[in-house]
Design a protein. Structure first.
Length: 78
């Protein structure tokens, strides 16, 4: 589960609102990291758009995989 960096109320003058959020996925020896960090409003909009796109792609993948498994008579028992 990705965890955004905590918001700080530090008196550090270089501090600015931001989030540094990454999603790490791994399957045996394969690893990917998706970055959803945002340091301004434009990047925040882009980070949310990337999550929306990822969700749509995963929904399509699930539907297609379910059809393929059913066609191959490999539907898992739940």
């Amino acid at each position: 589960m990705p965890t955004p960096s905590p918001r700080s109320t530090s008196s550090d003058p270089t501090w600015a609102p931001r989030t540094s959020t990454r999603l790490h996925l791994s399957d045996c020896s394969r690893h990917i990291t998706l970055d959803f960090s945002a340091y301004d409003r434009r990047e925040a909009e882009n980070a949310l758009r990337k999550v929306e796109v990822l969700r749509a792609v995963l929904d399509d993948l699930e539907a297609g995989l379910a059809r393929a498994l059913a066609d191959a008579d490999l539907t898992p028992r739940r």
